[in-house]
Design a protein around this ligand. Structure first.
Ligand SMILES: [Zn+2]
Length: 245
């Protein structure tokens, strides 16, 4: 199996072959498919048993993408937003994290410090933004805040997080860092499923927003895959240069 691009998250795929990719961190179930004429591997982040965000095997997922040959990763995340309404899309330009228990590096025994001044690949971000617009959605750009979960945020937490970021989710980190540690291009499209801090979150409403957006999201991903240039001219491939002490 060879793939140009990995897609992490839930997306409608037409056909495709179920595959299992073995990695040093565990096996990953995925779908090998073609989107917009390119070979892709679609990796459902939460697996068949819908693991909670703090138990997702992020290292195995990034490893599986790289093992399949993908040097580009498009991540799909759902978020609560402090800047835009449910149903809108946000393309993160930076992130902050408040996680606690997640292994967030491939380099546990070596002092490797990857630069995070540009955490998300500008080429994939541009493709995502253009593709959103082509589907009639003006995407917001903002700072993604990753919380540990699995509980949703308190009002006090939201008041605090508002001063740091724009959207809140539980799955964007450490994926973004692990991709950088493998010198892969990585960017995310976040579907806003609720307004963060706006009273009690109704999980059935979140599922309803997700289900309504499924078609648009699939078309945005198709458009993004077709817009990503054949050759990388971003700096992502040089992430490990001069990064080790
Ligand atoms: Zn890149």
């Amino acid at each position: 199996m060879r793939a140009d691009i990995a897609i992490i998250g839930r997306i409608l795929t037409h056909g495709g072959e179920r595959v299992e990719v073995s990695t040093p961190y565990g096996n990953v179930r995925a779908i090998s498919s073609r989107i917009s004429g390119r070979d892709v591997i679609v990796i459902p982040r939460h697996g068949d048993s819908h693991l909670p965000p703090h138990r997702v095997n992020y290292r195995a997922i990034i490893c599986a993408a790289a093992s399949a040959g993908a040097v580009r990763i498009i991540a799909i995340n759902t978020v609560g937003s402090m800047i835009s309404p449910p149903g809108s899309f946000v393309i993160p330009k930076d992130f902050i994290e408040f996680t606690k228990s997640r292994v967030s590096t491939f380099y546990e025994d070596r002092a490797v410090h990857v630069d995070m001044s540009e955490p998300y690949c500008p080429e994939i971000r541009t493709a995502l933004i253009e593709s959103c617009r082509a589907e009639g959605h003006e995407p917001y750009e903002g700072v993604y805040v990753c919380t540990e979960g699995p509980h949703l945020e308190t009002h006090a937490q939201i008041r605090m997080l508002r001063s740091f970021g724009d959207v809140v989710g539980m799955t964007g980190y450490p994926e973004v860092v692990l991709a950088k540690e493998r010198a892969l291009c990585y960017a995310s499209i976040c579907l806003v499923t609720n307004t963060a801090g706006d009273g009690q979150v109704d999980l059935s409403q979140i599922m309803s927003v997700e289900s309504k957006a499924r078609g648009d999201l699939a078309r945005i991903i198709e458009g993004t895959v077709s817009r990503i240039p054949g050759r990388r001219s971003c700096r992502c491939c040089r992430a490990l240069e001069n990064a080790e002490l």
